[in-house]
Design a protein around this ligand. Structure first.
Ligand code: 13P
Length: 129
């Protein structure tokens, strides 16, 4: 089964997300991807990735992804958060991260952990091939 990965980045982390996804492009092309609206738009436009786009984060996108996670439809979340900028939808962000903890779903919230998670998933996919 293809890994099902959610990709989310706050505005000041979106360039990092594009760079990160470009580094794992071949692997991500073989995954089922879901993203919040603006993040997904950039990944699709700039890298040509096929992504199921939800609402933008401040309009409920994190909650939509959280809901999919609770339903068992997401294996891993890459959520590049901006810890220096207050977000209007902070409760939604906390709810998504909490849902990851409740359901024991890997959640990488910074670049270092994102690399660890994606490189491991990529290795597993290569071993399975
Ligand atoms: O705000 C976000 C996550 O909390 C991200 O939403 P966008 O990808 O729509 O910018």
């Amino acid at each position: 089964m293809k890994p099902r990965i959610a990709l989310i980045a706050h505005d000041k982390k979106k360039d990092d997300m594009i760079t990160l996804a470009a580094q794992y492009l071949n692997f991500l092309q073989g995954c089922e991807l879901m993203a919040t609206g603006t993040t997904g738009g950039r990944l699709a436009n700039e890298l040509g990735l096929t992504i199921e786009r939800k609402q933008s984060g401040p309009f409920g996108g994190d909650l939509q992804i959280g809901s999919q996670l609770v339903e068992g439809n997401i294996d891993c979340v890459i959520f590049l958060r901006d810890p220096m900028t207050p977000q209007p939808h902070e409760p939604d962000i906390n709810a998504l991260v909490r849902a990851c903890d409740v359901h024991n779903v890997a959640c990488a919230t910074n670049l270092a952990s994102a690399h660890l998670v994606l490189s491991q998933l990529q290795r597993e996919a290569q071993d399975a091939a």
